[in-house]
Design a protein around this ligand. Structure first.
Ligand code: SAH
Ligand code: SF4
Ligand code: F3S
Length: 465
């Protein structure tokens, strides 16, 4: 079932804007902020909106977390370790608050949206000033205003499905790369996954709003956009399908277009064709497979089997021979046998991904898989994932080594963390290349000759014309 939910009424946004002005005028408000963004790109994008609202309220970004007057954690709960990381961080802030009592601690994002979690956090961590969820992010100004006026902790999590909110302020992280939301939520209910419970039902933005945003970004000099959604293939904005949206975006002339994430079950023929036709659509696709066994895929509620997945891969490569594929894989799903795991290994060998994100299954309360019997010992799961990582590492090395001697166009992103005389950026296939150069190249396209391959990245040198 797909629905386009009504937009949050314009006067609600006007009300929040009014509150932002009120907070700005308050004397005893925080002067600076620091946001810790955890989890996926959706959260990163939300953090840009949060930053926009905090700046409208008069705060400036603090370069150092400990020095900020307000610290906000935008949390993730997709796996248990993500949660533990968030909680560990928050507990540490309790100490900081002892020496800096005026510090405001806010926790938002997916974790408080979990059933019962916000109340638990409130009890266990009474020093948190504000706890809010994903659906009511746009009301952050109102909540902060209350915290500042009443000086008591505020906990606000709404259980209604989120709506599409337009017109909030934002502070974009990068001047040349931008994330653009095209849809929110997820209706797939893969049995292991908590995202549908914390992000609500699928809802698409209107194509006009997306195109308008992309146009504005292009005019600001953005060179690459990444369209975001939990499952972009089920985008249905104003009746338009995802491939149709891509064709329209391609005409704007932004040099690079990417998107994530794509669900294999409804990757359309039109999208495959788009890979052969669109100039600006980059030859990379993140196509999470999760497992190579049909039985496991069925119990994951993924709605495709290995044959269907391999067929999609084959057709994509036909349409775009240079396409690079990446994936997500879960090891140790409840009841996974050795044979079923070997099927995942065989699939990884057959597809030849550029790289893979591998996870040990983590039970999430409230999901269907959390109730399935799971008798595989943790040590066995850990051996399996090690084998999988080693296999993928071998494939990655072969692919990267095959690129040595070739030429790549790199969009430079940053100065290299390891060597300040080098810069790093991505090829069209999204593979990271480091090469000698300085900060002035950031945001530019540079032609590079690949000279060697590392574990997950390439090294090169600039081709001087
Ligand atoms: N919407 C995206 C991904 C969302 S979460 C998609 O459908 O592909 C990112 C990845 O986390 C998933 O692809 C999956 O591999 C992994 N993941 C999700 N829930 C998990 C769990 N309970 N345990 C381990 N990995 C999980
Ligand atoms: Fe989770 Fe599946 Fe939705 Fe992805 S498609 S967010 S894995 S439920
Ligand atoms: Fe995590 Fe929420 Fe994203 S649970 S993966 S931050 S949608």
């Amino acid at each position: 079932m797909r629905r386009e939910l009504p937009q949050v009424a314009e006067n609600e946004i006007l009300r929040q804007q009014e509150i932002m002005r009120l907070v700005r005028a308050m004397e005893a408000r925080p002067q600076s902020y620091f946001i810790v963004s955890m989890g996926c790109q959706m959260n990163e994008r939300d953090s840009e909106t949060i930053a926009g609202m905090l700046e409208e309220m008069g705060m400036v970004a603090s370069p150092v977390r400990e020095e900020a007057d307000l610290i906000l954690y935008n949390t993730c709960c997709v796996r248990e370790n993500a949660e533990n990381k968030a909680l560990g961080n928050v507990i540490w802030l309790k100490e900081l608050k002892k020496v800096k009592p005026e510090l405001l601690i806010c926790v938002g994002g997916c974790m408080p949206q979990e059933k019962g979690m916000a109340e638990r956090m409130k009890q266990l961590y009474p020093f948190i000033d504000l706890i809010y969820g994903t659906h009511n992010l746009y009301r952050l100004p109102e909540y902060l205003h209350r915290v500042l006026k009443e000086r008591t902790p505020v906990v606000e999590v709404e259980q209604i499905d989120g709506e599409v909110v337009e017109g909030l302020p934002e502070v974009r992280k990068s001047p040349f790369h931008a994330f653009v939301n095209i849809m929110y939520g997820c209706d797939n209910f893969c049995t292991y996954c908590i995202v549908p419970y914390v992000r609500g039902r699928e809802r698409s933005r209107a194509p006009e709003a997306i195109l308008e945003e992309a146009l504005m970004l292009r005019d600001q000099g953005v060179q690459e956009i990444t369209l975001l959604g939990q499952n972009v293939n089920s985008y249905r904005g104003g009746g338009a399908e995802f491939a149709n949206l891509l064709y329209r975006l391609d005409r704007l002339g932004i040099p690079r277009i990417r998107f994530m994430t794509s669900h294999p079950k409804d990757l359309s023929d039109e999208l495959i064709a788009a890979y052969g036709e669109l100039r600006h659509l980059m030859p990379h696709l993140h196509l999470p497979v999760q497992a190579g066994s049909d039985e496991i895929l069925r119990r994951m509620n993924r709605h495709y089997d290995k044959a269907r997945y391999m067929d999609v891969v084959e057709r994509l490569r036909k349409a775009r021979p240079d396409i690079g594929l990446t994936t997500d894989i879960i090891v140790g799903f409840p009841g996974e046998t050795l044979e079923q795991f070997e099927e995942t290994m065989a699939l990884v060998e057959a597809v030849r991904y550029d790289s893979a994100y591998t996870f040990i299954y983590s039970p999430r309360t409230g999901t269907a898989a959390a109730k399935m019997p799971d008798d595989t010992p943790a040590s066995v799961k850990s051996e399996r994932i090690q084998r999988l990582i080693a296999l993928q590492q071998g494939v990655t090395s072969e692919i990267l080594n095959g690129m040595v001697g070739g030429r790549q166009t790199v969009l430079v992103e940053s100065v290299s963390a390891r060597d300040e005389r080098s810069v790093g950026g991505r090829t069209p296939r999204a593979i990271m290349v480091n090469f000698p150069g300085d900060e002035s190249l950031i945001g530019q396209f540079v032609d590079v000759e690949i000279t060697s391959a590392g574990r997950n990245t390439l090294r090169g040198k600039r081709i001087e014309e």
